[in-house]
Structures are given as structure tokens and as C-alpha cells.
Design a protein around this ligand. Sequence first.
Ligand code: AMP
Length: 394
Amino acid sequence: MKKTIEDIEISGKRVLLRVDFNVPMEGGKITSDVRIVEALPTIKYLLQHNAKLIICSHLGRPDGTPNKKYSLKPVFEKLKEYLPEYDLAFCNEVIGEKAEKMANNLKEREALLLENVRFEPGEEKNEEYMIDGLSKLADIFVLDAFGTSHRKHASTYGVSSKLPSAMGYLVQKEVETFEEILQKPQRPFVAILGGAKIKDKIDVVKNLINKVDTILIGGGMCFTFIKAIKGEVGASLVDDEKIEFCYEIIKEAINKKVKIILPVDFVCAKNIDDEAGAEIYKLGKIPADKMGLDIGPKTIKLFKKFIKRAKTVVWNGPMGVYEKLMFKNGTRSVAELVAKNKRCKSVIGGGDVVSAVEEFDLIEKFSHVSTGGGASLKLLEGKELPAISVLSEK
Ligand code: AMP
């Protein structure tokens, strides 16, 4: 087990906290401060326990060069509003003399926000000078940026290999939730998979087949599975290179007595812009010039049987092209079915499902909404997250 902030002595210590302040911005203004609000419990805990706090984060993709557009200054102004009782300073550098001086001058219960770590070319390359520069600023490192913990960056992986370290509350909740559902899930355990790209989900399917009771497959990825069992898919999305993989998975599922449930009808059209031409076709009846762009009503009924009885649901990838009105119903219905099942622990991750569920105003109904798409996929694949794997053990 990794240490949490409650396991470490922080009073009077310089604590470097890596958060995810990668907030959406438009014209220099923050359009959603959810990520700042979510980081507050860890920040407040550290300050209340007399830390000298140094906070760092990335914002956008400045690719290793300072760029005003990606400055964390607007985040600093917002953070001050949320922490009026504390002294907060901003350092317009990330590492080096100025940052060191400001960090060393901090008193207990004071905080410093460093400039965007990705202004340094060594950040994403995990270079030694950057790891050293950050490590010099602090005595302890706390990781609370789950969304970047699957990458070996200097301010996540690099520095936690150097300093005594622990996870913040956000990372702790993510790790504990995924551990619980993957190691001791309440059954029936149902995985719902969708989205366009099957190649991104191969390792997830491979891992989940050993964990779940049922996999419901929708989205564009279902057509490669249908093709694997010689079904007709019209002009739907198929990844020819993965047909064999899907066939093997179906065989493995039969051996392991895991149910793979594929759609039985579809909302189809000539392409994603042909909303006016949307029509429902049964499996096997999709015309050669049409593609399946959402699951149909009979599929929703079929999926309902499994979702209704589930005690654990993990969902990644939309059921159709949810961005378009005519192809949104499958994703909305599945979201409503999961939301309705109050006995079930429901976990969603991945940008598309999270934005769809947000749009349907159902986010509050899910037990856990992961803050990291790529990182949560890695956990579903059964892999370790590099930046978390190097944190200090209890
Ligand atoms: P992914 O990044 O692989 O999770 O894919 C997400 C995207 O899949 C979304 O933008 C959806 O519009 C798209 N999608 C979902 N279902 C389909 C489908 N049946 N055909 C094509 N694209 C789809």
C-alpha cells in the first residue's frame, strides 16, 4: 500500500504538491474551475497541518517553452479566491534560483504556485536537471494529479523517485476505487465498452475478461466483433486487423463463462452527417451503403436486463456518435439505466462518456467519475501507473 498524506509527518516541512490544474481556458479566462475545486481538500489538509506548500501543475501543451497563453497566473488568481485565509504567492519560474529562494522563504501554512511545469523542456522528457530542480524545492512530494500519473514526467514520476512521497486525496480515491472494483467487486460485475477505436481497448478487454461477469459492447467497436462471427455490418466501422483478436476473445469468453453481449439492432445512416437519413435496422440487415451509428431500441432493452441486475458497473466509451442528436439515444439510455440502479457501484472514465453523462446532467448519480481518461484505461488494463508505482510504501 502506498502512503497517503495522512501517513506522513508534514509539519514545518516543504511539501511539493503536483496537482492537475489543466483547466479549460478561453481568451485567458478559466471556463471551468472544477479541477481547482477538486484539489482543495488536499491543499487545505497540507496547509492546516503546517506545511510550507509548493504547488505545481501543467496547463495545455506549451511543448517545453514559456508561452503566456498557458501561464498558470489566472489559476493563481482563482486559487486565491478559494483560499482567502492563507498567504499565497506566484513564482513565474518553475525551477532555479528564484523558485528556490521563494520556496525556502515560505513559512508554515503559506503556499507558492510555480509556473507551468511544461514551460521546461525537461518536464515531459523526465530529464535529470528538471527532477533535480524540483527536488531541491522540497523535502516531501505529494502526487494528486491522477490524469498524468500514467506518464513518466519529471514532476510526477521523476520527483517521486527522489523524495519521500505520498498520494493526495484525489489520487487515493482513484486508486482505491479501481482496486476495489478490480480486486473484490460486488457481483454481477458488468463492463460496458464502446467508442470508435478498438485498438485502444484491446488490453482493457483482455484484462476485464478475467474480472467481469458480462461485457456489453456498443459503439463503433462492436462491428469488429460482429464481423468476427461472420455478421453483416454494412458500411460500419471495422478494424480488419483486429477481427482475429475479437474472435479469440469471444472464444475465451465462452471458455470462461463470461457473457459478451453484442447489439441486436442499430440506428444507421450513410455517414455521421446524414442525421435526416437515420433508420433502425436489425443485426444482419444493415444495407451495404449504411453504417451503424448508435445502438437501437431492442439492444437498449437487452442491455437493460444486465445493467438492472448489476452490483458493479464500469463504463468506458460511448454507445454511438453521441455528439449528434440522432445518434445520442443509446448513450443517454445506458447512462439513465446505470444511474437508475441505486444498488450498483458505477465507475466511469474516459473523456467521451464523462462529457456525455455531464450533458445528460447525470454525473451526480455515478459512484465514481475518474479524472483521468488515459490513466483509468491503464488501470482497467491491469497495468501499474508509473508515477504512482514509485510513491513511498506504507
Ligand atoms: P474512443 O475515443 O475510441 O472512445 O471513441 C469515441 C468516439 O467514438 C466518439 O467521438 C463517438 O462519436 C465515436 N463513436 C461511437 N460509436 C460510433 C459508431 N458506431 N461509429 C463511429 N463512431 C462512433
